[in-house]
Design a protein around this ligand. Structure first.
Ligand code: PEP
Ligand code: MG
Length: 588
């Protein structure tokens, strides 16, 4: 039996399986010089490594195409083309002829190329810098004789628990979903994007384990108790049997919740709450319908971009948005424009920024790159002709950004009209309230937006100045801080006085105590991952709005997050009883 490792529950569930330790990072390369007589041998080693890397990429390409589709797999063709590029090969060979060992020559040349691509003014060239990293890792792994940690090509059979330092969105979308039964990472928090994707995929995940990659090995059996944020290495027979009992009980409890999830969410005193789904991957829509969602409150379109060789075309986007829309006939589907940048693009995809969360991302990037943004807006206007599509802008700090987008929307509509393509011109345009600037100056948006949606993951991050993805700050990321609650209350009041809907689509909406507080603050529309809908419905049906309102008023007057939490918990115990509440908290 190994000592249990404690992290943060990112996506609930309990599974047992075999570790696949993923180290997808550029290895240390020792400096090594070779004699003139060894140069020919080094050139041959390079040739063999390049050939082996190309062979491997062809296998990976086929696997990714089967798992994720041709567009997602195209990235591997790009990497093959890089390896076949004569100028890359010649630069490496030139260094070998100057007596550098093959691995050192590869390391230096790829570093230089990455820097050059990263500085390019063309965003797609910058995006290619991350492919160069992959090529560098692949070649160095071969030349240094290191174990192959390919993240895409996993053996199926006994469930794989992927253990890694961190997982970029681009790697996550390419993973073989049939092989992996759980994810454990050293880094990350409940609101980091790996956690969000794991919930979308319905994969149990524990993040913020800090040093799990040092404590387990590939092939080792582990239990991942993601509901409690625990990774248990080398379980004993007794632990495995206790695990099987718990897994069965949890599955039964979830099945009961899911069976109850059809129908409306109405509080015990008769107030209706709309529960929509957050859709991160386009093929999730069906699961969202099955879990009882009444429309989509947030479709994160950046997952159409990450890990891809090129930006999705207008047609590809129309198809992706249409698939989601068709799953929800007559119901609203809120599609967010690209929120790339920050932690949402692969490493190297954008120029290195010292402070990416405060940097060139989301609506800023879209407005600066109208060629990219217009394609998305045209796709959205086209799909809007087929149902209740609403467009939502991320990371807005000023109503100027809404006005500029409106201008681009008008241009997009004019362009579609010129091309004779059916579309809807007057699509509702709303914003995410996820910066203190937007929440404090919320009155300035009145009359200019059709709806507001609180993105509490970012709102908490920017209000408390706590990086949402930093595992060592996890206890300081406190959505129940009175400052956050006051910004939410302010936004809800502004929405009510200007007659626009205010929803919450951040993770707060999926956690029982926080969802209760949000109801009490006046929010009537919550959007959560499909897997979280049954639980939130159960919560809403078990509480009265009167109790939630009283608890929220008390929370607004509290001094600390801990005080707020205590008060909410006491009020919820009063509504649900202690054991039901603990049961719900365990499943969230
Ligand atoms: C948020 O910030 O709360 C949100 C919903 O958006 P994302 O998590 O994609 O940044
Ligand atoms: Mg956000």
């Amino acid at each position: 039996m190994g000592a249990p490792l404690h992290g943060v529950s990112a996506s609930p569930g309990i599974v047992s399986g075999t570790v696949h330790l993923l180290r997808w990072e550029v290895p240390e390369v020792p400096s090594r010089l070779v004699s003139d007589g060894e140069v020919a041998g080094e050139l041959e080693r390079l040739r063999e490594a390049v050939a082996a890397a190309i062979d491997r990429l062809r296998v990976v390409h086929a696997r990714a195409e089967a798992n994720a589709g041709p567009a997602e797999a195209a990235i591997f063709e790009v990497q093959v083309a890089m390896l076949e590029d004569p100028s890359l090969r010649e630069s490496i060979e030139a260094l070998i002829r100057q007596n550098l060992a093959a691995e050192k020559a590869v390391d230096l040349v790829l570093l230089e190329w990455r820097e050059r691509f990263g500085r390019s003014t063309n965003p797609l060239m910058r995006e290619r810098a991350s492919d160069l990293i992959d090529v560098q890792i692949r070649l160095l792994t071969l030349l240094l004789g290191l174990p192959d940690h390919d993240p895409v090509d996993l053996a199926r059979g006994d469930g794989v628990i992927l253990v890694t330092h961190d997982l970029t969105p681009s790697l996550t979308v390419q993973l073989d979903r049939r092989a992996i039964v759980g994810i454990a990472t050293d880094a990350g928090t409940r609101t980091s994007h790996v956690a969000i994707l794991a919930r979308s995929l319905g994969l149990p995940a524990v993040v913020g384990l800090l040093d799990a990659t040092q404590r387990v090995r590939t092939g080792e059996r582990v239990i991942l108790d993601a509901s409690n944020g625990v990774l248990l290495p080398k379980p004993t027979a007794a632990e495995l049997s206790a695990f099987a009992d718990r897994a069965q009980r949890e599955a039964e409890a979830l099945a009961v919740l899911s069976a109850e999830a059809v129908g409306e969410a109405v509080t015990t005193d008769g107030h209706r709450v709309a529960l929509r789904a957050n859709v991160d991957l386009p093929d999730e829509a069906v699961r969202a319908v099955e879990s009882g969602a009444e429309g989509v409150g947030l479709m994160r379109t950046e997952f159409l971009v990450v890990g891809r060789a090129a930006m999705p075309t207008e047609e590809e986007q129309v198809e992706a948005y249409r698939n989601v829309l068709r799953a929800f006939p007559g119901q609203p589907v809120v599609i967010r424009t690209y929120d790339v940048g920050g932690d949402k693009l692969p490493v190297g995809g954008f120029p290195h920024e010292p402070n990416p969360f405060l940097g060139w991302r989301a609506i800023r990037m879209c407005l600066d790159e109208p060629a990219i943004f217009s394609v998305q807006l045209q796709a959205l206007l086209r799909v809007a002709a087929e149902g209740d599509v609403r467009i939502m802008l991320p990371l807005v700090v000023s109503v100027d950004e809404v006005r500029q987008t409106r201008f681009l929307l008008e241009e997009a509509a004019a362009d579609l009209a010129r091309r004779g393509v059916p579309h809807r011109r007057d699509v509702p345009l709303g914003v995410m309230v996820e910066t203190p600037a937007a929440a404090i100056a919320i009155d300035t948006f009145a009359g200019e937006v059709a709806f507001l949606s609180l993105g509490t993951n970012d709102l908490v991050q920017y209000t408390l100045a706590v990086d949402r993805g930093n595992a060592s700050l996890v206890t300081r990321f406190t959505p129940l801080h009175p400052a956050v609650l006051r910004l939410i209350a302010r936004t809800v009041e502004a929405g009510a006085s200007s007659g626009v809907e205010v929803s919450v689509c951040g993770e707060m909406a999926s956690q029982p105590l926080m969802a209760f507080a949000l109801l009490g603050l006046g929010v009537r529309t919550l959007s959560v991952a499909a897997t979280g809908i049954p639980l939130v419905k159960r919560l809403v049906r078990g509480v009265s709005l009167a109790a939630a309102t009283a608890a929220a008023q008390e929370a607004l007057r509290a001094a600390t997050p801990a005080d707020v939490e205590r008060g909410l918990r006491a009020a919820l115990v009063g509504e649900l009883g202690e054991s039901t509440l603990d049961g719900l908290l365990g499943l969230g």
